[in-house]
Design a protein around this ligand. Structure first.
Ligand SMILES: Nc1ncnc2c1ncn2[C@@H]1O[C@H](COP(=O)(O)OP(=O)(O)O)[C@@H](O)[C@H]1O
Ligand SMILES: [Mg+2]
Length: 327
């Protein structure tokens, strides 16, 4: 079985590897200038005002730097960062415990905030707006609300699908910042920095090749880097050359357009099963045997961005390019 390269999730090896490769300061955080400029202003303003920074929502496909940026924000504010995952908070009480533990100006990072249970989410409304917890105690006629004051904190929410956030939650974020796929030139800078951190030499051509085939995503560039490093080590080469890149890309099943096997499967099914479309997401998901949400959050954004898939009111259709690309 080939390794699934493009996924919403990070594996344990990924996590350890990424911890090593995370940007340690803003100068190491490459690209996304619009996002960074906004954050820079918000951080400076919070420092001058001596208050918590405004709440911010970071959205964009997986692996583009949302978690890394949240860590940098907390560091530049000199604040403690608390990290929780939206879907992992099952009860109101769990989130209440996290919130009451925050100290003034701490940063709470909620990853995958669009997957939080609605009942849990509701306690965020007053927490974000008034730094207050409203907790309902008892039931029926004897029920009453208890209020607990919280420290002034900053909420950073991260989501791959900002459209799925409820309106009340979305409205409480002062800033909404969108991450975009990276251009190959930006990825090349990230790849060079990270190869140095990993202690591997990289030829110019090897770097350019990896940058072009990383699906605009630093996390994928890191995964390819790890694999080419393995090839160079096994072949006892002092540095990574284009041969190692070619071998790694072949092993990872990444093609000339940087698409992996699942990307190609989507295009192939659309071409051969649905005559190029239009096809609805439910039908596509059933035919592929792949979760609808994963297709929409992880695969489709890049295929749309590359103009391989087009969205029409009647469903998704393949572009001419895509039809020629797959067999
Ligand atoms: N702007 C960036 N500059 C440098 N490296 C980056 C950048 N964005 C992401 N990375 C790299 O990609 C990895 C994954 O990024 P991460 O912040 O976990 O993405 P997300 O939270 O959006 O899924 C990081 O460990 C880092 O090595
Ligand atoms: Mg993340």
């Amino acid at each position: 079985m080939t390794e699934r390269l493009v996924t919403g999730e990070t594996t344990r090896t990924d996590k350890e590897h990424e911890a090593q490769l995370r940007p340690q300061n803003f100068s190491e955080f490459i690209g996304q200038t619009k996002v960074v400029d906004n954050i820079d202003l918000m951080v400076r303003s919070a420092i001058v005002r001596k208050t918590a920074m405004d709440h911010v929502l970071l959205s964009g496909p997986p692996g583009l730097g949302k978690t890394s940026l949240a860590m940098l924000i907390a560091r530049s504010l000199g604040s403690e960062l608390h990290v929780v995952s939206g879907p992992a908070i099952e009860k109101k009480g769990d989130l209440a415990a996290v919130l009451t533990n925050l100290k003034p100006r701490d940063v709470l990072f909620i990853d995958e905030i669009h997957r939080m249970h609605i009942t849990v989410e509701e306690i965020l409304y007053s927490a974000m707006e008034d730094f207050r917890l409203d907790i309902l105690i008892g039931q029926g006629a004897s029920a009453r609300t208890m209020q607990i004051d919280l420290s002034q904190f900053t909420l950073i929410g991260a989501t791959t699908r900002s459209g799925l956030l409820s309106n009340p939650l979305r409205d409480r974020f002062t800033a909404h910042l969108n991450f975009d796929y990276y251009e190959p030139e930006m990825l090349a800078v990230i790849i060079l920095n990270n190869s140095r951190k990993m202690g591997i030499g990289l030829s110019e051509e090897a770097k350019v090749q990896i940058a072009r085939r990383s699906r605009g995503t630093p996390r994928i560039a890191n995964r390819i880097l790890r694999r080419v490093r393995d090839f160079a080590l096994v072949n006892k080469r002092p540095s990574v050359e284009k041969e190692e890149v070619k071998a790694a890309l072949c092993l990872l099943d990444i093609d000339d357009l940087g698409l992996d096997s699942m990307d190609r499967k989507i295009l192939t099914v659309m071409k051969n099963y649905y005559q190029g479309g239009p096809v609805g997401i439910d039908a596509l998901s059933a035919t592929l045997g792949e979760d609808k949400q994963t297709i929409e959050e992880v695969y489709e954004p890049y295929l749309l961005k590359q103009g391989l898939i087009l969205r029409t009111p009647r469903g998704r259709v393949l572009s001419e390019n895509a039809i020629n690309h797959v067999s």
